[in-house]
Design a binder for this molecule. Structure first.
Ligand code: PLP
Length: 351
């Protein structure tokens, strides 16, 4: 059985969270002299930002709730998913004692956040070429000090989705928390693991407005989990972790889901076209299938291609030294014009 209370660090369980002025008085009308804000306003800007933002971002969560089919109490908003990753480590992993499991090649922040928190990282590589989870080895690597398993689906930098059955098996057999990072889920033909939340209390799903929504600059990441887990997140987070301007912009963006879907369709068509064009290049060995907004491309002399492109002001990501991604560059799908420029430039590349 998964028992959340046995998993939370003792100091976090005992923590009395900071109580902000906006926590203590929630009314909207009145003369607010309780938070040492500047009642004279913000004279340097056309819009007033003199008031602290809603600590729990309820208006944004109401809109997200309709889109995601999850009650606001099951949603956490962070200053990017990166904040949620950091909070997971601080909530569940004792520095110098506990460990987490990651499945390389994968998103680099899990390891960095664990290192910052002095939490041991155990690595169980994905299966070569298919980049699926090696569930047997993950289960073997788990010990009584393992608190989190990070699964990235679709995975960065490989672009594939991992099998739902494998995620379910982890959820069933691991008594800690399975974190499924779905930063790229909107580009994928597969369904989100959100539908498993009611069945598995040890599931935490991460999503973000940075990718499909095109709002990386706002820094808004989401976590979906049981209310008990979300309560723990809210206890730990800085009181005003999402600023007013970001909350306002998110409100506007979330009204326009049709626009987002349309631009995503265009992007997916571009991805397939780009994949086809890249596959025809004489120096390209393999374009891996992608459920995300980027392509992992194995080629002869990746560093030369990288430098050639960089010299022509086209910047891609060199993943060629990453274990299991040897020889690969990761290329984000650009606009129609950008992709044409990329392909035309690559046609000039000769080894
Ligand atoms: C881009 C990305 C994120 C998004 O991080 P934010 O902090 O929300 O911008 C999260 N996870 C993965 C795997 C990513 O590639």
């Amino acid at each position: 059985m998964f028992e959340l209370n046995n998993k939370i660090r003792e100091n976090i369980k005992k923590l009395v969270p900071y109580s902000s002025a906006r926590d203590e008085y929630k009314g909207k009308e009145g003369i607010f002299l309780d938070a040492n804000e500047n009642s004279y306003g913000s004279p340097s800007l056309p819009k007033d930002y003199n008031r602290y933002p809603d600590p729990l971002q309820l208006a944004v969560k109401e809109k997200l709730s309709k889109i995601k089919g999850q009650p606001p109490q099951n949603i956490f908003l962070g200053n990017g998913s990166d904040e949620a990753i950091d909070i997971l480590l601080r909530a569940f992993c004792g520095p110098g004692t506990d460990n987490v499991i990651i499945c390389p090649p994968t998103y680099g922040m899990y390891e960095v956040a664990a290192n910052i928190n002095d939490v041991e990282v155990k690595k169980v590589n994905l299966i070569p070429e298919t980049f699926q989870l090696d569930v047997n080895n993950i289960l073997t690597a788990i010990n009584e000090r393992t608190k989190l398993v990070f699964v990235c689906c679709p995975n960065n930098p490989t672009g594939n989705s991992v099998k739902d059955d494998d995620v379910i098996r982890l959820l069933k057999e691991f008594r800690g928390i399975v974190v499924v990072d779905e930063a790229y889920i909107n580009f994928s033909p597969y369904r989100s693991s959100i539908r498993h939340l009611l069945t598995y209390p040890n599931l935490v799903i991460l999503q973000t407005l940075s990718k499909a929504w095109g709002l990386a600059g706002l820094r808004i990441g989401m976590a979906f989990a049981s209310q008990q887990i979300i309560d723990v997140f809210n206890k730990i987070k800085p009181p005003y972790n999402i600023n007013s301007a970001s909350q306002e912009a998110a409100m506007l963006a979330l009204d326009d889901i049709d626009l987002v879907n349309r631009s995503m369709h265009e992007l997916l068509e571009e991805r397939e076209k780009l994949a086809g064009n890249l596959a025809e290049m004489p120096f390209v060995i393999k374009v891996y299938p992608s459920d995300a907004n980027f392509l992992l491309v194995k080629m002869k002399e990746p560093r030369k291609v990288y430098d050639f492109l960089a010299g022509r002001n086209i910047i891609v990501r060199d993943r060629s030294k990453v274990p299991l991604c040897e020889g690969c560059l990761r290329i984000t799908v650009g606009t129609w014009e950008e992709n044409i420029k990329l392909i035309d430039t690559l046609k000039e590349f000769t080894t």
